[in-house]
Design a protein around this ligand. Structure first.
Ligand SMILES: [Zn+2]
Length: 301
């Protein structure tokens, strides 16, 4: 983020994908594919029985849709291209003569002379080409949880999901794309900071008030993230992160209270939080039967 180059290994999150989706919809809709060049076949999952160049040539872009961590480009002829940018993949759309930024893996030449490019230094991104009817068989595409931007994501639904995931740490639960589609590592930290909830709290221990705060924070933080990315108005290959309050800010003062932000591992993922604004959960009411006894707190480690 602050180190140049590091920007390339930030996983795109929902606000980034919405920004890319909106921009590509504006510039690619109606364009047709003149040629395709696959420089890194390791990224490609071609589910059609013809080579991509042959299958895609002449097809035009009908729609671009975000689905969890995926971007789906719907083409004429009932063909879809679906990307999962993973850790370092970046889509770029360049005018004639403009060079790709980074390690070029796949290039689509369009009928107006512009190019759509997929670059990835780590070659971990995935590009699926399939029939529209077959998108459900793309790994994890059909098993995304509740879309947090949809009307299906209600307070009631969220309570049900909390109950179903009671034994999981809340940071792990909200980051699970099969539960909520889709919150990445950066915004999971920002959401918990906004809701003032410690990342290691077990979902089943969230109070009614905390559950409500968490639900509200998911909506407000994602809307704020999308607005900040939009306002930054950078090229679509840049991941805008400067606005984040706790993510990757270990050792910096909390913007709310000034306490030093900490980083801890939760199930193999780094999580950043303010130990003062997000204290470990405590029972809301004193249990008078055990008051005064040195009973260890159930969440103590
Ligand atoms: Zn704080």
């Amino acid at each position: 983020m602050r180190v140049r180059g590091y920007i390339f290994i930030l996983m795109p999150e929902l606000p980034d994908l919405l920004y890319i989706q909106r921009h590509l919809s504006g510039s690619l809709k109606g364009r047709s594919i003149a040629a395709v060049e696959v420089k890194q076949p390791v990224l490609l999952r071609n589910m059609l029985d013809v080579p991509p160049g042959e299958a895609l040539r002449g097809l035009s872009v009908r729609e671009i849709e975000q689905h969890g961590p995926f971007l789906r480009v719907g083409l004429s002829g009932d063909v879809d291209m679906v990307t999962n940018l993973m850790l370092a993949g970046r889509l770029q759309h360049q005018k004639p003569g403009e060079k790709a930024e980074g390690h070029l893996c796949v290039a689509w030449m369009l009928d107006d002379g512009s190019s759509l490019r997929l670059c990835d230094e780590r070659k971990m991104a995935k590009l699926y080409i399939c029939r529209t009817a077959d998108t459900g068989s793309i790994p994890r595409y059909g098993t995304q949880g509740v879309d947090i931007l949809s009307h299906a994501f209600t307070r009631e639904k969220f309570r049900t999901l909390i109950a179903r995931n009671a034994r999981r740490q809340v940071r792990v639960m909200i980051n699970d794309h099969a539960v909520l589609s889709a919150i990445g590592n950066a915004y999971a930290d920002e959401i918990l900071f906004e809701a003032r909830i410690h990342p290691k709290t077990f979902s089943g221990r969230l109070s009614e008030d905390e559950t409500g705060r968490l639900f509200d924070a998911i909506g407000s933080v994602m809307a704020w993230g999308a607005k900040m990315v939009e306002e930054a108005a950078r090229p679509i290959q840049v991941k805008v992160r400067e606005h984040l309050k706790v993510r990757n800010r270990k050792g910096e003062p909390c913007p709310r209270c000034g306490t030093t932000i900490r980083r801890e591992g939760v199930r193999g993922h780094d999580t950043f939080f303010c130990p003062s604004c997000q204290p470990p959960s405590r029972k809301l009411f004193i249990d008078w039967r055990t008051a005064g006894k040195a009973t260890p707190h159930p969440d103590a480690e």
